[in-house]
Each structure stands twice: as structure tokens, then as C-alpha cells.
Write a protein that binds this ligand. Structure first.
Ligand code: XIL
Length: 662
């Protein structure tokens, strides 16, 4: 535990000021230029600056309170919570550009939740896009609402507005801005993910924002398939009973068709994003476990699947028929959703039966998260085994794989895949992303270099694992296209995350190289893609001394070492140590040792296992690079902290023998 805690502390120390870590080829995480502001309302000129009520409420300039300066906008006389100030942004917001919208809100008295949205209309059809969800506001001070918005369709009406969740209380608005960071052209000189990964198709989850302009080009270039991230969920397709709308999903499916991308349908049955009418009985009351409610619920389910799956027919070849039905904390492993409490297992049976009837050729999946966790995995296995034995047409198991830079292990993930092999089902990775955060308490203003590096190794190792199981894994989908649009920015807490292969400006990250060509991650070489290497690791146990000898015998010849600092920033650096066996016989198992003279402290090391005791560093080989034939070389890479000076070590030993320093 102590070693882990020290690792975390050291990691943060190194990470704090993010600066260039050398990336072998294309620079990732390019410095963000200053945002360009396209819209400002500061209410300092004594007017309402073009803001108007959404209905008959009163909108007026005010000097009662101000966030900055002396003026703000006062909203009063509201008769419904949805009423509030709105401003035209048609012609200001361009399609495909991601705008950051910021506004300050304060109640006149009392408290409520405020939210910021955009209303858009095409023809007579209005849509309401929430930019910032419910945020507590009071009369005691100003609250900031900040969110990102990308217009994805052609519109003839576009207004930003602020409303509250429950009361009609008066409130103030001030210092509203909208800005964007100019996009960079997508890189056309790097391999396409789909060409680099040939073992299975690779997909990305998308929203409307991903099919336009540069995002559309990036998607088209790198991926084989897409999953609409929200557009096929029940609340989007059947918001009220038997009223089906495909306004969100149709453009995404059309984009996929035009560009030859396969589509994963997500999802027909879930306990989230399902309107409350679905679970409301004929008597207007929440459904309970009565025969009548069960029959009504199952008939609604059947009607939903017949319509939605039928609408797309063969355009959608794979469906997540049911999503997240497992709760490993229940003895029977079944989540106590309303689906379950009203209909028992019959909702799952019905969903698969109807889906098969509508789509005889589609692949029908049961999808869940944390399927790497043994308890959850085993409960899912038991359910699938039972249902398949009954003849329920389940073709595949979907592993969401919402993971992070330090969890889960490759071994646990491998066990997850192995578990389902005997069932004879397909397996797909359906929602992969790799959060840079390892707990809910962390929040970084920008992704630290060491986390991005760790992430690259996770992507490398996970894709290597999936490739080894290519006969089981029939596709891998990432839950998003680029870091500018990821659900992890607000889940499980609000903070900027960076879990995908491309950064917020659509440039390839080290994670991309982890998937496409691991030899280009940072400067460290990688093992062959068929071997699954250990994750970066270091321990700080003082008990293992640099002089302890390796378990296997060492070669009798010499060695040579090249030590390089490959990137450096205030307080931290990245290094690379290349070790060559210059002797006449093979080295089998090695320990490489050196002394730091400037107080440097290794935080993280890859391609070996490090221990550091004071100034003395010892690196033991990883499982896959322990044997060094004569003239063979291997390199270890590391991140470390430094203070004062960062002199290179002058002496190195291999298994106790001094090496030449090149
Ligand atoms: C997420 C979407 O990405 C978000 O935009 C939405 O607000 C919540 O749902 N598991 C799933 C996905 O099966 O449907 C979820 O998608 C992420 C977790």
C-alpha cells in the first residue's frame, strides 16, 4: 500500500506542469491557442443587449446586483419554470464548431436549479439541446453554468436560453460568453485505425456532432463502424406512447450508410433513458408486479422493438437488445429495475424473441459494464447460460469496458473473455474508453503527460489482448470519437476527461499510437504486439537492494548503456535507458542499476520493474525482455521528478558488472 501511495504522489508531482513529452511522430495534445469569443453579454451599457423572454415574462436591465461591473439582466414575472431569457445565435454559431458557453446566474430570492440550453428549429420542428444540466443556484451569490455545444444540423432558428427546474422565482443573468478554439485540420499522414487493426472492426460511438465537418472526416477515415450513443435509446425513439421519431438517429444511420460504416444498435431495453410513461400503468400509477401491469409492459416492449428495429431493418446488423441487466449484489444476479420487478426475466426473453422475429439475420447482444469484475462476470455468465439453454436467441455478450489508466489488469480482462468462450457466443467490446482518472476525487485542468502515456500503454495492451482473442472478439467500439465530446466529462463527476484516441482538437494522441503502432508511443520501444506486457510499474521498497542478484544466470561479457532525457519540464522529465549486451553469450534475466545524483525520483517505468532506494535505482527485466542475445538491445522508459539539477547518471551496472556508457 505504501508503495502505491508514493507512486500516486510522485505521479502527481511529475504531472503538475504539463509540458512537452517527446512524441515520436506527430505532436499530440498541441498547445491550445486562445479561444475566439463569438458572443458576449455583460449588461454594462444599460440595455438588455438583445435578450428576450421565451414567453410573457419580464426581461430588463438591472443594477440591483452584478457579477462583473455594475449591470446585469433581471428576469421576473415568470409563470412557468421553462420561461427565462433567450438570445438569438443563428448566424453566430456555425455547424460543426464546438462552442463553450458560459453564463452566471443568481436567484433574486430563494433557490432552485438552473440550466442552460439551446432551442433549434428546422421547419416547424423544435428541438431542445441541454448544454448545462441542473445546477444549484441561490440568492446568496453567482453560480457559473459552463458547457459545450456543437450544432450538427441545418437550422432556421437558434437561441440560447436559461431556465430553472422547479420554481418560477425571479433571477439574474450576467456575463454570458460563447467561444471556440479554432480546429486543426485532421491528420492525413497517419495510418487509419481501421487499417492498422485488422483482427476485428473498430467502431466509435457518435452523436450528431460527429458526422459533420472535421469530425465526420475523422470518423470516416479511421473507423469501420459506429454506434449512436443516445439516438436509438427509448427516450429518443418513442418519447410518448406509440409516437416514434427517428429525427436524431436517421442522420447518423444515413451517414453510416453513405460512408460504408456498419452500425451497432444501442439499445432496445435499458432502465435508463426510458420515459416514465413506459412504467406507468393503465390506472396512471407506477406499475407493480401485477399480471395486468406485466402484460401492458411486455406489450409496450414488443411494440417498441417491432417499430424501432423494424424501422432500420438490415441497416443495423447488431443490436444491444438488453443493456445492464446484471446486479452482482443480488443473489440471483438480476438488477431490480422496474423491468424486472414488474416482468421478471420475461422482459429479457420477450426482448430477444421479438428482436429475432423482426430481424432474423441480426446479431443480438446482451451488454453490460464491469464484466471484468469476477462477481459480475459470473452472474452474467449464469444468466446467458440459463437463457441460451431455454432457447432464447442470444448471439453475443457485449463488454462495455469503461476502464481507466490503472484498472483493470490485463489478466482480469483476459479472464473475462475466457469465461464466455464455452458458451459459444460472440463477444464484442462495445463502449471502450480509458479515463485518465483513477478515483472520483481527482480533477486535472489538462490531461497530465504521464497519464496520457499510461493510457497509451493501456490501449496498447488491451488491443494486443483483443487481437490474441480475435476468434472470440468480433468488434471493438470506443465510446466516442475524440476527447472534445466524451460522456466522462460529466460522469461520474464533472471534470475534463480525455479517454479516447484523439484529443480535443482531433489530433492523434499517444493512445492512438498505442493502438496503431506502439513503437511510436513516446520514445520507448514496445514488445511485439502478440505479447502482453506488464503495465508501467515501479515500487519504492527500500528492502530490495540494487546489488541483489538476478535469479537466472547472467552472461559473462560486457554491456553498454545509453541514457537520454527525452523530455523535460519544471520538476519532471521523461528518460530512456538503452541497454546492449556487448558480451559473447546471452544474458538471461537482468538487473540494471545506477545512481541518480540530483535527487531524481522515478515515478513510473515501463518495459521493466523499478525499485528505488535513495539515489539507487534498480530495474529488473520485464517478463518479455529478460533474454538478451549477444549484441541485442532493449530499452526502458520512465517518468521521474527532479529538483535543482538533472544530471545524467555516470555509471551503470548490469547484474553487478560495470557497463560502458555511450
Ligand atoms: C451514455 C451517453 O454517452 C451519455 O451521453 C448519456 O448522457 C448517458 O449515457 N453505458 C451505456 C451507454 O450503455 O448507453 C451510456 O451512454 C454510457 C454507459
Amino acid at each position: 500500500m505504501r508503495a502505491l501511495a508514493r507512486l500516486a504522489a510522485a505521479t502527481l508531482l511529475v504531472a503538475a506542469p504539463v509540458a512537452a513529452v517527446t512524441v515520436a511522430t506527430t505532436a499530440s495534445a498541441a498547445e491550445d491557442p486562445a479561444p475566439i469569443t463569438v458572443f458576449t453579454s455583460d449588461f454594462e451599457d444599460g440595455t438588455a443587449q438583445g435578450w428576450a423572454g421565451r414567453s410573457a415574462e419580464t426581461i430588463a436591465h438591472s443594477t440591483a446586483v452584478a457579477h462583473g461591473g455594475t449591470g446585469s439582466l433581471a428576469v421576473s414575472g415568470r409563470t412557468a419554470a421553462w420561461q427565462g431569457p433567450s438570445h438569438d445565435v443563428l448566424g453566430t454559431f456555425e455547424k460543426g464548431t464546438a462552442y463553450t458557453i458560459s453564463a452566471w446566474v443568481r436567484m433574486e430570492s430563494g433557490s432552485d436549479n438552473a440550466r442552460l440550453s439551446v432551442e433549434r428549429r428546422t421547419g416547424e420542428v423544435a428541438s431542445y439541446d441541454q448544454v448545462v444540466g441542473n445546477t444549484a443556484v441561490t440568492a446568496g451569490g453567482w453560480t457559473n453554468l459552463t458547457g459545450r455545444y456543437t450544432l450538427a444540423t441545418d437550422v432556421d432558428f437558434l437561441r440560447v436560453y436559461v431556465e430553472t427546474a422547479s420554481t418560477t422565482g425571479s433571477f439574474f443573468l450576467d456575463d454570458v460568453t460563447a467561444s471556440y478554439v479554432p480546429s486543426l485540420p485532421i491528420q492525413t499522414d497517419i495510418p487509419a485505425v481501421r487499417d492498422a487493426v485488422t483482427a476485428f472492426p473498430v467502431g466509435a460511438a457518435i452523436t450528431g456532432a460527429e458526422i459533420v465537418t472535421d469530425h465526420g472526416a475523422l470518423l470516416r477515415r479511421h473507423f469501420d463502424s459506429v454506434t449512436p450513443g443516445n439516438a436509438l435509446k427509448w427516450d429518443a425513439t418513442e418519447p410518448s406512447e406509440n409516437t416514434f421519431t427517428y429525427a436524431q438517429a436517421d442522420p447518423l444511420i444515413a451517414f453510416a450508410k453513405t460512408n460504408g460504416l456498419a452500425v451497432r444498435g444501442h439499445t432496445l431495453v435499458w432502465h435508463n433513458q426510458t420515459p416514465s410513461w413506459v412504467f406507468t400503468g393503465a390506472d396512471g400509477q407506477p406499475m407493480t408486479a401485477t399480471a395486468e401491469d406485466k402484460a401492458l409492459l411486455l406489450s409496450r416492449l414488443e411494440n417498441h422493438i417491432r417499430n424501432v428495429a423494424g424501422h432500420y431493418g438490415s441497416s443495423i446488423g447488431v443490436w444491444d437488445v438488453v443493456n445492464e441487466v446484471i446486479d452482482e449484489n443480488q443473489a440471483d444476479g438480476l438488477r431490480r429495475s422496474t423491468w424486472y420487478t414488474v416482468a421478471g426475466l420475461d422482459y429479457i426473453r420477450t426482448a430477444f424473441r421479438v428482436a429475432r422475429e423482426v430481424l432474423p439475420d441480426a446479431k443480438l447482444f446482451i451488454n453490460d459494464y464491469n464484466t471484468n469484475v469476477p462477481a459480475k462476470r459470473d452472474k452474467l455468465y449464469n444468466l446467458v447460460a440459463q437463457l441460451k439453454a431455454e432457447g432464447v436467441p442470444i448471439d453475443g455478450v457485449g463488454h462495455q469496458m469503461h476502464i481507466n489508466v490503472s484498472w483493470p489488469s490485463i489478466a482480469e480482462t483476459e479472464a473475462m473473455i475466457q469465461k464466455f468462450v464455452p458458451l459459444g457466443v460472440e463477444q464484442q467490446v462495445t463502449e471502450m474508453d480509458v479515463s485518465i482518472y483513477t478515483n472520483n476525487g481527482e480533477s486535472f485542468p489538462a490531461p497530465p503527460a504521464d497519464r496520457l502515456l499510461q493510457q497509451a500503454y493501456v490501449y496498447r495492451d488491451m488491443f494486443a489482448l483483443f487481437t490474441r482473442y480475435a476468434s472470440e472478439i468480433t468488434s471493438v467500439t470506443l465510446w466516442g470519437l475524440a476527447d472534445d465530446n466524451t460522456w466522462l466529462d460529466t460522469f461520474p463527476v464533472t471534470r475534463k476527461d480525455a479517454p479516447l484516441l484523439f484529443d480535443t482538437r482531433l489530433q492523434a494522441k499517444q493512445a492512438y499510437w498505442g493502438v496503431v503502432d506502439p513503437s511510436k508511443i513516446g520514445v520507448s520501444p514496445s514488445p511485439s504486439s502478440s505479447s502482453v506486457s506488464p503495465s508501467p510499474s515501479v515500487s519504492s521498497s527500500p528492502s530490495s537492494s540494487p546489488s541483489s542478484s538476478p535469479s537466472s544466470s547472467s552472461g559473462n561479457g560486457g554491456c553498454a548503456v545509453t541514457y537520454r532525457v527525452t523530455g523535460s519540464w519544471p520538476g519532471g522529465f521523461q528518460g530512456d535507458v538503452k541497454l546492449t549486451n556487448t558480451g559473447s553469450s546471452a544474458v538471461s534475466g537482468w538487473k540494471l542499476a545506477w545512481q541518480f545524483t540530483g535527487g531524481q525520483q522515478v515515478a513510473q517505468l515501463w518495459n521493466g520493474t523499478a525499485t528505488q532506494s535513495g539515489a539507487a535505482v534498480t530495474v529488473a527485466n520485464a517478463s518479455w525482455n529478460g533474454t538478451l542475445a549477444p549484441n541485442a538491445s532493449t530499452s526502458v522508459g520512465f517518468l521521474a521528478s527532479w529538483t535543482g539539477s538533472n544530471h545524467a547518471p555516470t555509471a551503470f551496472t548490469l547484474n553487478g558488472t560495470t557497463c560502458a556508457v555511450l
